[in-house]
Design a protein around this ligand. Structure first.
Ligand code: PMP
Length: 425
């Protein structure tokens, strides 16, 4: 096996130096199982970062479904294929009315791009409203909209960005209702500002769980009011569930179900194929058909028989392993443990998140965001055999989002390592 230092040099030679890698000393992983991964020296790491292998790294049933179908037939979707139809039936059955049809893609980016096109076709508008610390993909338009992960594209003239409320920082003595109204007013300002430029709003594109924004606690009424404003202006609500979908939030299969509003379009990705490239959007059949009257959407690899087999196996495993319950119960165990650590370690300013998705914000005694300390914790956790990362607009939050098969023993391992690392800072 290639030595890790040599592999890094070879990688830089053929991928360039800016191809992103985690950690000061990159990690060379060679194998995974359940919530654990193993490096080239055989060292085990608890994976508290990767949501893509949601039903576990190398889940045997998903591997078997992919292998069996790959050995049988793999083609595009312009022939009749029972796998595709069965998967679409099983997926849409998990959504509330009127969301009853799906178009599959290969990435979250493609799903969001298509969602914007459908929203423009259905609404007749052109403007897009996003949050000001979001990420929805790497295409030209989506990279331009991204501020949490700048893509070097200019923010488009047909878009506006609004700030979403983070009660830990924005409350200033206000009630939930006041906070929701104050921040929803920014959405009305965005609609009006687009209109002043002669642009009608086509879509509000947000992740209702606000994963890339740093998982702020939900402000009841905010999403509801924001959507109401956009719909009143003729636009659609696209909910990006690339991160919050598939039982991640513990209390519901879909993140939007934690709010009081059903989206017009839901976009999906990351965990959908447990690592096999599978993503898509779910909306009303009537709209997909109306969009199809004027626009042909074809995507060579999307929804092929192998992708559909992977998607079905993932849904089956979520049910068989009762991962929604595990996300809720093990998630509650992690959250309680993190809150205990917050009592002990003053650097922890607040704990956020639910299900198996958490943030921990670090703020110094003088009130400044502890970004350097956050990086140090991420690196020390790795040295202690636990993988996690950072989020938030100030880079001072730990991001924890393990495979959904995370056990309570895994949770205790995480909490104990974090306690040790924070104690040694
Ligand atoms: N939406 C959200 C919320 C994401 O976090 C991401 C990826 N981080 C995407 C969309 C883009 O998905 P992909 O990388 O599959 O294109």
């Amino acid at each position: 096996m290639a030595n890790s230092d040599e592999l890094l040099l070879r990688r830089q030679r053929v991928l360039g130096r800016n191809s992103p890698l985690f950690y000061e000393t990159p990690l060379h992983l060679v194998r995974g199982e359940g919530a654990w991964v193993y490096d080239a020296d055989g060292r085990a790491y608890l994976d508290v970062y990767n949501n893509v292998p949601c039903v576990g790294h190398c889940n045997p049933r998903v591997v078997e479904a992919i292998s069996r179908q790959a050995a049988t037939l793999n083609l595009h979707t312009r022939y009749l294929d029972e796998n595709l139809v069965r998967y679409a039936e099983q997926l849409t059955a998990r959504f509330d009315a009127p969301l009853d049809a799906v178009t599959l893609t290969c990435s979250g980016t493609e799903a969001n791009e298509l969602a914007l096109r459908v929203a423009r076709a259905i609404s007749g508008g052109y403007g897009i409203i996003v949050s000001d610390n979001s990420y929805h993909g790497n295409s030209t338009i989506l990279a331009g909209l991204a501020s949490s992960f700048p893509g070097g594209e200019a923010f488009p003239a047909f878009a506006r960005a609004v700030r979403v409320p983070d009660p830990a920082h924005d409350r200033q003595g206000r009630s939930d209702a006041e906070l929701a109204a104050a921040f929803a007013a920014q959405v009305q300002d965005a609609v009006d500002s687009l209109a002043a430029d002669g642009i009608r709003v086509a879509a509000l594109l947000i992740d209702s769980f606000f994963a890339n924004e740093g998982l702020p606690d939900r402000v009841p009424g905010y999403v509801e009011q924001a959507v109401e404003i956009v719909r009143r202006a003729g636009g659609l609500y696209i909910c990006d569930e690339v991160q919050s979908g598939f039982a991640r939030t513990g209390d519901a299969m879909w993140g939007h179900q934690l709010t009081g509003v059903t989206p017009d379009i839901v976009t999906l990705g990351k965990p959908m194929g447990n690592g096999f490239p599978l993503a898509g959007l779910v909306t009303r059949r009537e709209w997909i058909e109306r969009f199809g009257q004027t626009s042909r959407y074809f995507n060579t690899f999307a929804g092929n028989p192998v992708a559909a087999a992977a998607g079905m196996a993932v849904l089956d495993e979520i049910d068989r392993l009762d991962l929604l319950r595990n996300s809720r119960e093990t998630g509650a165990h992690v959250r309680a443990g993190l809150e205990r650590l917050a009592q002990k370690h003053p650097l922890i300013a607040n704990v956020r998140g639910r299900g198996l998705f958490f943030g921990v914000e670090f703020i110094r005694a003088d009130g400044t965001p502890a970004a350097e300390e956050t990086t140090r914790v991420v690196n020390r956790m790795r040295e202690n055999g636990v993988l996690l990362s950072r989020i938030g607009r100030r880079g001072n939050m730990l991001k924890m989002r393990p495979p959904l098969v995370f056990s309570s023993a895994d949770a205790d391992h995480l909490l104990s390592a974090l306690d040790t690392v924070l104690g040694g800072l």
